[in-house]
Design a protein around this ligand. Structure first.
Ligand SMILES: C[S@@+](CC[C@H](N)C(=O)[O-])C[C@H]1O[C@@H](n2cnc3c(N)ncnc32)[C@H](O)[C@@H]1O
Length: 332
């Protein structure tokens, strides 16, 4: 087996698969206010096509797959895809990132279909703010989804929160309380620029500033993680020295990028390989597969995408002007 290595020697073991570009929320930082033009069903990869690409990648060393979107749970029968992927020999982690709007009823089914790591996205603990940022009044549903995930017991349960100055940066302590009291890793994400997502540099809260705020209530101690981990993880102790049940983490894409250890590849819902979240170039696997490409052809295209992967992404201000697709189209 020859590993999936790029021209800078980075070995790729993690595949993020967007299963749909559709979402039932309208998060302002993820998609433009006027929405996007949804892809037609036939433009999206079928489950069989996704499984084919995934199995080729797993054969060459991918051991972690994340299902994302859009909102992965709006793709009908997603649990069938999960079941088939979870059976791939060599796959250790099958993860999903979801907005949790449909989780209250489905958490157990997801676990049974082989999802062993779950990330839930929630940016505020205040109902009115939730409506403002997601443009949908679904806070209670998402909260019920989070509770269902906590009781179902996944091997890994994380909560993603995009921190935006002037919007939710006053909730860092409340989110940290949530991590302290539950077996949950709360990940604070630095706000990233994508096409038409109202980003500007003043809205970015750096992880160093977030840490200063959280340290008003908790002592943070770094937790050692593997080299390719994108998050900086910390355990929490309160002022009486009690250790929290969960932990917090920071995704520092803006102030301290982790390109040097990047091990990720992305497959978009319409079948494009993207080697870097911020690099507009894409390799169209879908059309070649539909034209009868062999597994060896697909492998060659994946390796070609890796050769095009840049060493690092450009600085934030440049990214804001780039021709990259919106986050919802790429798949988060
Ligand atoms: C695009 S969503 C897709 C999966 C699912 N619908 C969800 O809400 O988790 C994946 C993740 O990307 C994050 N995200 C989207 N736009 C972002 C941005 N501009 N900066 C930082 N994170 C972003 C979301 O908060 C979410 O945690």
């Amino acid at each position: 087996m020859t590993a999936l290595t790029d021209s800078f020697g980075r070995v790729h073991t993690y595949l993020r698969i967007s299963v749909t570009d559709k979402c039932n929320l309208r998060c302002a930082y993820c998609m433009p206010a006027e929405g996007i033009v949804w892809r037609q069903k036939e433009e999206l990869l079928t489950f069989e096509e996704i499984e084919r690409v995934a199995s080729i990648m797993v054969k060459f060393g991918v051991n972690k797959i994340r299902l994302t979107g859009g909102e992965p749970m709006v793709r009908r029968n997603i649990e069938n895809l999960a079941k088939n992927l979870s059976r791939l020999d060599g796959l250790k982690t099958l993860a999903m990132t979801t907005n949790a709007t449909m989780l209250a009823e489905t958490a157990q089914t997801l676990k049974e279909s082989g999802i062993n790591a779950l990330n839930i996205s929630l940016d505020t603990l205040k109902r009115e703010r939730f409506l403002k940022i997601t443009r949908r009044d679904q806070f209670d549903t998402v909260w019920a989804g989070l509770q269902a995930a906590l009781t179902t017991g996944f091997d890994e349960l994380k909560l993603n929160s995009v921190v935006i100055a002037g919007f939710n940066d006053d909730e860092l302590l409340e989110f940290s309380d949530l991590a302290f009291n539950n077996k949950l890793n709360v990940r604070f994400i630095e706000f990233m620029p994508f096409k038409d997502n109202e980003w500007n540099v003043e809205k970015v809260v750096t992880y160093k500033d977030m840490i200063k705020e959280i340290e008003k209530r908790y002592t943070l101690t770094p937790i050692k993680s593997d080299r390719s981990a994108v998050a900086k993880d910390f355990s929490l102790h309160d002022r009486d020295g009690n250790l929290g049940k969960g932990s917090v983490a920071f995704i520092t894409s803006m102030s301290d990028s982790f390109c040097a250890t990047c091990n990720r590849l992305r497959l978009t819902a319409d079948g494009q390989i993207k080697s870097c979240l911020f690099y507009p170039a894409e390799i169209n696997l879908r059309d070649r597969m539909r034209d009868g490409a062999s597994d060896a052809d697909i492998e060659a295209m994946i390796r070609h995408a890796l050769q095009l992967k840049p060493e690092a992404h450009p600085p934030a201000e440049e990214l804001a002007k780039s021709d990259n697709r919106t986050m919802i189209e790429i798949g988060g």
